[in-house]
Write a protein that binds this ligand. Structure first.
Ligand code: C2E
Ligand code: CA
Ligand code: CA
Length: 608
């Protein structure tokens, strides 16, 4: 800029005017005065120059300090100056870029249209701001946030461009990390549920004629037990290895983890050999896994389906695969099941019921407990009663607990349903005690899930304390399968603790499971409930008769009390009596009935 000071100042003008006038002023005195003005004008101009250079120095210092890269280019867009941050970020010194077009930094990621828009905006508004990819001197590309300002001169003509940019590669990497976290299972590095949905949708969209999509959900049997026995770290390693092996097996396919021990596999194929593919997966995964010196051979439950035959929407296919998996689980371990339309109908109906049950639990109005009395065989005395859950559905009428309890277990409602039963039964006991009814224990059924998920022990204690009912008034019926369910952990100390609290414990449905006598002997239980399947054909069926009399003899040997359930006929009753069965329960004595009916009836003596 010349002159390097502003002419727009009165003292400078006065000095210049005085300089011009000096030559023709008549008197020496006046010339002297004019000279003084020239001096003052010069001093003012000098001060301005000093100010200006200080300002420049300061702004150069500021540019040096800035973490943002700065590029100043002239009207022809040739670089005239850069700051140290520019050199640091791009690797280029000023000597290397001076006189060059800033486009030497371009990473080539943006097309011509992008740059056309860039120049249009810059020319129209004088500025541009946005994300742009550039390239460092040694070749790696990086994203930057760029702000460009067009600077006019005094006359409004474009003189320079000033560009400020921030390297945002770190920020971007974090963003990518975050995105990855949202889509990736951190343990295995495989796609998570959300990502699997996207991948399935995309594969479905790109299916060509003659191609199909095979999909399978794989669940590791008894994984909880492995976790418990070997520790969570070990379990994690197993899951990671499992995922790796699966991914190695289905090259070109998709493998992901839905959470827990559930994995999913998708492959696009022209073969129509779904079942063979599933059994191939199973074979590959059934080779043992070596973890911490242990060789683990895993059981797998697999639910599968195939598009387009079983559907062509990812949401529907997911659901269908899950119903297939549930159905496979119902068959027991190491089973696989391809989706069938009948599963869908059942699935829809069940989902509706689950929602209704959730609502019923919230309101508490449709659920009731009915009570079935238990008697001593020798004199017919009332010795206890079993609380049985009833659901009076507003549209479907009475629904059997045998139908809705498995649903509640599968859909995570069992611990609240179980708590509801315990609360209700204990409150009823308290009412009966206050009303002077016979003091006999009420037995409640405890599901495996209550032992696994809920905090059964503290729930029981809190409820009994609240209603001031002693624990020996609340018996607990656990089926053999509950006692054998490894997910409940080591059952022995838990049963012992419950008994210490004062509860009596019965093994329900005895004879239907696989409990060996030696296992039973070990367990701290008080009572066996002989399953009604053995009672039904008594006394004619000689096999059942032999089993029942053997169980009765065995129980006597173990000092266990036996109660026979499902006693419907006098012949069954007499057989049991002859063989020394002490207690009975069944329609012959009473059906399960609401508390009010039971109260009225208990005033009468019991027939035997
Ligand atoms: P369970 O524990 O074996 O209950 C006995 C079942 O046999 C009851 O069926 C009862 O009504 C029925 N029953 C009793 N006497 C006779 C008889 O003489 N003949 C015949 N044919 N049946 C008889 P219910 O009430 O339908 O219960 C079915 C199952 O549902 C129960 O079997 C139990 O496993 C489960 N359940 C019922 N209430 C509850 C509960 O509150 N919690 C849990 N976890 N399960 C429950
Ligand atoms: Ca029972
Ligand atoms: Ca039973």
């Amino acid at each position: 800029m010349w002159p390097p000071f502003s002419l727009n100042r009165p003292l400078v003008w006065a000095g210049l005017a005085a300089l011009a006038a000096i030559g023709w002023l008549p008197s020496l005195w006046l010339r002297f005065v004019a000279l003084c003005f020239v001096g003052i004008g010069l001093a003012d101009a000098w001060q301005q120059i000093r100010h200006e250079s200080r300002r420049r120095l300061l702004s150069e210092e500021a540019l040096k300090l800035s973490d943002d890269g700065v590029v100043i280019s002239d009207a022809q867009n040739r670089i005239v100056a850069v700051n140290p941050a520019f050199t640091q970020i791009t690797g280029y010194t000023i000597d290397e870029v001076k006189g060059q077009d800033p486009s030497i930094l371009s990473a080539g990621r943006h097309d011509k249209a992008f740059y056309d828009r860039y120049w249009q905006t810059l020319q129209a508004t004088g500025r541009w701001e946005g994300e742009i990819w550039n390239q460092r001197k040694h070749g790696d590309q990086f994203p930057e946030w760029l702000r460009v300002q067009a600077c006019p001169d005094d006359k409004g003509r474009l003189s320079h461009y000033v560009a400020l940019f921030t390297d945002i590669s770190r920020h971007k990497a974090r963003e990518q990390d975050l995105r990855r976290i949202g889509f990736e299972d951190p343990l295995t590095g495989l796609p998570n549920r959300r990502r699997l949905h996207d991948l399935m949708t995309s594969r479905l969209r790109h299916l060509r004629a003659g191609e199909g999509l095979d999909m399978a959900l794989i669940d590791i049997d008894g994984f909880k037990a492995i976790n418990d026995a070997m520790g969570v770290d070990c379990g994690d390693r197993l899951l990671a290895r499992f995922g790796q092996r699966l991914a190695g097996h289905v090259a070109g396919g998709v493998v992901g983890r839905l959470g827990g021990d559930e994995f999913m596999v998708i492959r696009t194929t022209t073969f129509n050999d779904h079942e063979k593919w599933v059994s191939g997966l199973r074979d590959h995964l059934s080779e043992p896994f070596e973890i911490d010196g242990h060789s683990l051979r895993l059981g797998l439950t697999i639910g599968s389906c195939r598009a387009p035959e079983d559907g062509n929407d990812s949401g529907v296919l997911f659901q269908r695969m899950e119903s297939a998996l549930y159905s496979a689980k119902r068959h027991g371990r190491n089973h696989d099941q391809r989706f069938r339309p009948s599963l869908d109908v059942a699935g829809d109906r069940q989902l509706g019921l689950v929602n209704d049950l959730r609502a019923a639990l919230a309101k508490g109005t449709q659920l009731e407990l009915h009570y079935q009395t238990q008697h001593a065989l020798n004199d017919g005395a009332l010795v206890g009663m079993e609380a049985l859950l009833r659901w009076r559905h507003p549209e479907h009428g009475m629904i059997s607990p045998a139908d809705f309890i498995p649903l509640a277990e599968r859909h995570g409602l069992m611990s609240s349903l179980g708590s509801w039963v315990v609360d209700r039964a204990v409150a009823q006991l308290a009412t009966w005690r206050a009303a002077g009814m016979p003091r006999v224990p009420v037995w409640v059924n405890i599901s495996a899930l209550q032992l696994i998920q809920g905090d059964l022990e503290s729930r029981l204690a809190a409820c009994l304390a609240q209603h001031r009912v002693p624990p020996n008034m609340l018996g607990l019926e656990l089926t053999e399968s509950v006692l054998l369910d490894e997910r409940a952990g080591d059952i022995y100390p838990r049963l012992e603790a419950l008994r210490k609290l004062g509860h009596e414990i019965a093994i329900d449905d005895f004879g239907t499971g696989y409990s060996s006598l030696s296992y039973l002997k070990r367990l701290p239980v008080d009572k066996l409930k002989l399953d009604r399947a053995f009672i039904r054909a008594l006394p004619e069926d000689s096999a059942d008769a032999a089993i029942v009399s053997a169980v009765l003899a065995m129980a006597r040997g173990l000092s266990l009390v036996v109660i026979a359930e499902g006693v419907e006929t006098p012949a069954q009753r007499d057989f049991l009596k002859r063989n020394g069965c002490p207690l009975v329960q069944g329609f012959l004595f009473s059906r399960p009935e609401p508390a009010s009916e039971l109260e009225a009836r208990l005033m009468e003596p019991q027939p035997v």
